[in-house]
Design a protein around this ligand. Sequence first.
Ligand SMILES: NC(=O)C1=CN([C@@H]2O[C@H](COP(=O)(O)OP(=O)(O)OC[C@H]3O[C@@H](n4cnc5c(N)ncnc54)[C@H](OP(=O)(O)O)[C@@H]3O)[C@@H](O)[C@H]2O)[C@@H](O)CC1
Ligand SMILES: Nc1ncnc2c1ncn2[C@@H]1O[C@H](COP(=O)(O)OP(=O)(O)O)[C@@H](O)[C@H]1O
Ligand SMILES: [K+]
Length: 510
Amino acid sequence: MKIFSASQLKEADEITIKNQNITSEELMERAATTVFHEIHRRLQGAAISVKIFCGIGNNGGDGLAISRMLIEHGYQVKVFIVNYSEKRSEDFLANYDRIKNVTRQWPELIKKEEDFPDLNKGEFVIDAIFGIGLNRPIEGWMARLINHINNSDAFVLAVDMPSGLFPDRIPGKNDAVINADFTLTFQSPKLVFFLPQTMDFVGDMQVLDIGLDQNYLAETTTDIQLIRKAEAHQLYNPRKKNSHKGSYGHALTIGGSYGKIGSILLTSTAVLRTGAGLCTVFVPKCGYNVIQTGLPEAMVITDENFEMLTNIKTGLDADVICFGVGIGTSEETVGAFKELLENTTKPMLIDADGLNILSKNNDLLELLPENSVLTPHPKELQRLIGEWNDDFQKIDMVRKFCRQYKLIIVLKGAYTFTFDENNMYINTTGNPGMATAGSGDVLSGVITSLLSQKYDPLIAAVLGVYLHGRSGDIYAEEQSYEGLISGDIADNMGRAYNDLLRSNNSENDK
Ligand SMILES: NC(=O)C1=CN([C@@H]2O[C@H](COP(=O)(O)OP(=O)(O)OC[C@H]3O[C@@H](n4cnc5c(N)ncnc54)[C@H](OP(=O)(O)O)[C@@H]3O)[C@@H](O)[C@H]2O)[C@@H](O)CC1
Ligand SMILES: Nc1ncnc2c1ncn2[C@@H]1O[C@H](COP(=O)(O)OP(=O)(O)O)[C@@H](O)[C@H]1O
Ligand SMILES: [K+]
């Protein structure tokens, strides 16, 4: 699913009005109807108190139209206009008149703190103050109103965007932003819904199709995509009946050190569970028995050193090399990595201490084969590319880094972002249960496995991240977040594939 910018959405809005020969008020009515239906489907006419806060732009216009529809369906609704200026939008004004025709009185105006209504637990608040048009921080009594809503125990639903959140920049630390429990957003999720600095404001999120011009949506390119089941499914290559283990490649996983052999065991298990034909594991001598016992399906070659990697000689022509989990950063290991890089031309996957070595030895970056996949978590990324001021700057810096070294970066997090030189892919699967030791090691194995199966490196990264998260989700659906350990993610890969291939796609399916 494409993630459009605010200006693209505004353009889509105008083109829709022109091509479908409708008025902007009719488009607003359509957008508000989709929100109304969603609320009505969930509340089913429940006798709870609904308080709606409307701004005076088009987000407020949406709020007024939603209010009218709820009132017409018998809900107990109180409508408030957040009356910070007299510059009301045309469609706001049209809906302001229409609601009066239904209620026979004007909505209540809020102009100062004394006008704030009480908000109680169990009430349902709808935030339609600002949407994608916010262009400066909310100040004065309006900021206090936002805090008043946030400090209440009411359930807060945001229309299009939580008010106070900008579509294209990070709010300041002390800026007032609605903390929504749920956000119903029009046509396209906004990038800020997925950034670590802003995702918490959004709560759960659902995208509503408001029927914007299909051609515009299809033809307009964006450099940000959301990866859900529908998109991931398209990346999948079915296995051929007439095939053998050689068809799915030979992966070489190199990692581990004394006390950290488990990491490379997890990675290698994931390599095989994700479908590689063969896996050879290269470990320090102390890992030999561990791997042979823990993963009898893999072959093992050992370093001459007992505790750490010092000299990587395998005599193999593997299809892909995964390097870095559990290796430490000793001088000997750095030397071994350098030699490995000088003798490798196929794309590699580098993780964990492999990344930390790159951060301390920038000259090695030049030796990375083109299209290698790096899988940092934010701390590893920061060591690699330096500090950023905010998430937007971080994205710019990662893109520049990808271009400079011709790499693919998988930036892990609650939402994992995969970057190549031009595009960014936001993953939708995964859960907080995966915040557990070794789940990144498993991800390295999953992506390595897809590389070994000849998936294009970018696709291997995007699909691998999706399947890894889905596997964690499947475990958590059956068991719990807390009970999940990273080996479960590797063990559930089979179910993740099965789920991907089941054809019950719906628009909001993960
Ligand atoms: N295709 C679509 O996407 C569709 C979108 N639709 C809806 O339209 C919404 C966008 O509406 P919008 O453009 O009128 O902007 P909105 O967010 O209501 O408010 C902006 C107003 O606030 C002002 N202002 C800004 N910041 C301020 C501040 N800090 N403090 C005070 N004032 C501030 C700014 O005016 P300014 O003072 O800057 O001139 C402006 O007047 C969108 O989110 C969705 O709900 C649907 O109806 C149909 C399809
Ligand atoms: N809250 C979360 N929601 C979704 N995925 C998560 C969450 N926390 C962690 N993960 C995933 O778990 C993995 C953690 O990787 P990493 O930090 O490298 O862990 P480790 O070093 O222990 O292997 C990443 O793939 C990340 O996306
Ligand atoms: K809003």
